[in-house]
Design a protein around this ligand. Structure first.
Ligand SMILES: [Zn+2]
Length: 471
């Protein structure tokens, strides 16, 4: 509040009253604002609740229909879940899972449908058998939706990504130089979920990736650049995509990552010591892909992540730091991979996340910010992992992402009519994959890799040779 100048107080006998009025006015204004934001909050909550109730009703309806003899047609109309594979559930349901192995033949039919793994985790063996029969017949008949590619310009995006990779001297390539390994991961994953990975010279790319490795075991963003966990994860993800992990000295890489864990359980990004929950996720994910989680103190890592949880249910980059969607994704995914999701207040966090959807259908990263295509990944994958994705309007979000496409030259931007880049192209297509957009492969919300690739690398340790026959 503005105080009156001293000279005015001298000449104005009622100065104290004016000040009092000012204070009162200020208080009233604050109260009014508070009431308004409370009303807004209640309105948003009511809207989200209505959406939730509507989807719950729909779910019950489709459950009812699922017991119908015409189960197969129900699966095709997109009403049923096509949840990405949740590999961490294997640990808890391992016994059940191993029982299923005797049904190897049924399994082969099952694996060619993306619905498979979610149901695998959910069903008892009896239901499972009947499901297998249905899905085996289903996987032979192609999904009618797949032919109707809608508006996602797959060919143009694939062409855009491949040309960006080849260009070396334009502005974007110069800006991207130190991030090149990340860019390669974004581009290749996008190509893979669109079914276009064959367009890439895999041997050439993987030999370039290996040239980015240092003596320490870590990878730099480009040849000759300093190592960091960010690029090390991208290198691992690219090799996993190509099914070429064997070219890697796995102990050397995992020792590098494990060496970055601090006494309190947190992780530094590199030798310079910056600490951030992003690095916790990256370290945990990298080691999970390499089957070397035993090299770190997982309990301490989880405890540190939980120390970054806020009262709004979200997570920040360090203890006490503001909640942010990108950070929430990292923390929730790290907890998911380590089987610690029970520490998350799913309803509370679900509210915060679903309030990120704005009128245009896009999602923002924090209250009062503009929507951005990359949050389609961070917010959406978090909502899927905590099972609250039905709290947002999925159709509107699909439309928002499709509106961000460059319809002439391919690529996706952060917002409609902005310049495109590989980063947002990846997050746009990956977001559509999470939204079950027809014709693109499902992507795993925690591992940020196509579901079939995660199956291959995570189930590989059970030496299920036949799993490799999946598409
Ligand atoms: Zn963005």
């Amino acid at each position: 509040m503005r105080r009156l100048p001293r000279y005015l107080k001298k000449v104005e006998p009622n100065a104290h009253k004016i000040e009092e009025h000012c204070r009162k006015y200020q208080r009233l204004r604050e109260e009014k604002q508070l009431r308004k934001s409370e009303r807004d909050r209640q309105r948003r909550q009511a809207e989200a609740k209505a959406t939730y109730e509507k989807s719950k009703k729909k779910e019950q309806q489709s459950e009812h229909e699922a017991s119908d003899p015409d189960f197969a047609s129900d699966l095709n109309d997109g009403k049923t879940y096509r949840y990405p594979f949740l590999p961490w559930l294997i640990e808890t349901k391992k016994a059940q899972f191993l029982n299923f192995l005797s049904m190897e033949k049924c399994f082969q039919g099952l694996l060619s449908t993306p619905l498979s793994t979610f149901h695998l985790m959910q069903l008892d063996s009896e239901d499972f058998c009947s499901f297998l029969k249905k899905s085996a017949s289903l996987s032979n008949s192609s999904n009618p939706n797949c032919n109707r590619m809608g508006e996602l310009l797959v060919e143009k995006h694939a062409k855009y990504i491949i040309t960006v990779e080849k260009r070396k001297d334009d502005f974007e390539s110069v800006v991207m130089e130190h991030l090149r390994l990340n860019g390669v991961y974004w581009g290749l994953t996008t190509l893979d979920i669109m079914g276009k990975l064959a367009a890439v010279e895999q041997d050439e790319v993987s030999s370039w990736v290996m040239q980015c490795q240092h003596e320490s075991g870590g990878f730099g963003g480009n040849i000759g650049h300093d190592p960091h966990v960010l690029y090390t994860l991208s290198a691992i993800q690219v090799l996993v995509l190509f099914d070429k992990l064997h070219v890697l000295d796995i102990d050397k890489v995992s020792n590098y990552i494990a060496g970055l864990q601090n006494e309190d359980g947190s992780f530094s990004g590199d030798i310079w010591g910056e600490v951030d929950t992003r690095f916790s996720y990256i370290a945990i994910l990298s080691l999970a892909l390499l089957h070397r989680l035993d090299k770190i103190d997982v309990g301490k890592a989880v405890k540190y992540i939980l120390s970054c949880k806020n009262v709004d249910g979200g997570f920040g980059c360090t203890p006490g730091a503001e909640s942010h969607a990108g950070q929430i994704f990292c923390c929730v995914a790290a907890l998911a991979i380590t089987g610690s999701l029970h520490h998350v207040d799913k309803d509370l966090l679900g509210w915060w996340l679903c309030e990120r959807q704005v009128k245009s259908g896009g999602l923002n990263g924090r209250p009062e910010k503009l929507p951005d295509v990359c949050y389609s990944w961070w917010v959406l994958s978090s909502l899927i992992m905590i099972d609250r994705v039905h709290w947002i309007d999925k159709g509107k979000l699909v439309k928002f992402i499709l509106d961000c496409q460059d319809k002439e030259n391919g690529g996706i931007s952060d917002r409609p009519d902005d310049a495109v880049d590989v980063f947002h192209t990846y997050f746009g297509v990956a977001g559509l994959s999470l939204l079950e957009y027809p014709g693109i492969k499902p992507i795993d919300p925690a591992y940020a890799l196509p579901v079939d690739v995660v199956n291959r690398v995570m189930l590989g340790r059970y030496s299920l040779g036949f799993l490799h026959t999946s598409s």
